[in-house]
Design a protein around this ligand. Structure first.
Ligand SMILES: C[S@@+](CC[C@H](N)C(=O)[O-])C[C@H]1O[C@@H](n2cnc3c(N)ncnc32)[C@H](O)[C@@H]1O
Length: 205
């Protein structure tokens, strides 16, 4: 059964984010499969990677039920994706970049496996940049929170990191968790594109 947070807040965002996805798609940190029901018929092949063994078991069972032969489950971490260069049309990351050990390495892997013009579809909670007091409180809580919440960081500036990593045409919506979960900070979601030429022209400038 879906939690009320999933049903009322995250589910509608997942739906808008994923319903138009097409081609060969890689989802990093698939968890227990919260996104599965939102992929449409235009997805040709869905690869889900999930390094946590117990989550992966649940994910595999759900994926088989929801998507059958169109999907494949892998144990990779997002810092080491075992796929060839330029082999995916889109990469999906929802509530994952807060938990990975090395976000820069993950962005590098995403760039490597995306085709030129490929899309990163994201939904991530981020540091509340407009509220310094809130930010300070999250900094205090973060070391303890990471221990109980699977290395989830509360103060990552994932939106900025995405642009620093060279993603372009970034489309971004901001949403706020309903109370009492709103203390976590805002959620950003949308898509960004990867164009190798963009980096090359920045380097030349
Ligand atoms: C909060 S859960 C989100 C699960 C799912 N994506 C969702 O939207 O509900 C964070 C997920 O990130 C995964 N994760 C953590 N570090 C990771 C890494 N380095 N590479 C890939 N997945 C990772 C965890 O195992 C977990 O499944």
């Amino acid at each position: 059964m879906m939690s009320s947070l999933e049903l009322r807040f995250l589910g509608p965002i997942r739906d808008k984010l994923l319903r138009g996805t097409s081609g060969r798609v890689l989802e990093i940190g698939g968890g227990t499969g919260a996104n599965l029901r939102y992929y449409g018929d235009r997805v040709g092949e869905l690869i889900l990677c999930e390094p946590d063994g117990s989550m992966r078991k649940i994910l595999a069972a759900r994926a088989e039920t929801v998507l059958g032969g169109r999907c494949r489950i892998e144990p990779w971490s997002a810092e080491a994706i075992d796929l060839p260069d330029a082999s995916c049309d889109a990469i999906v990351s929802t509530l994952v970049l807060c938990s990975v050990g090395d976000p820069a390495a993950v962005f590098a892997e995403i760039r490597r496996v995306l085709v030129p013009g490929g899309k990163l579809l994201y939904m991530e909670h981020v540091c509340p940049w407009t509220h310094p007091r809130h930010r300070r409180a999250l900094r205090v809580i973060e070391p303890f929170w990471k221990l109980v919440a699977g290395n989830c960081h509360l103060t990552r500036a994932t939106g900025q990191a995405m642009e620093v990593a060279g993603f372009t045409n970034v489309r971004r919506e901001v949403a706020h968790f309903p109370r009492p979960a709103n203390w976590v900070g805002p959620v950003i979601w949308g898509e960004a594109e990867w164009h190798p030429d963009h980096i090359a022209s920045k380097a030349e400038a």
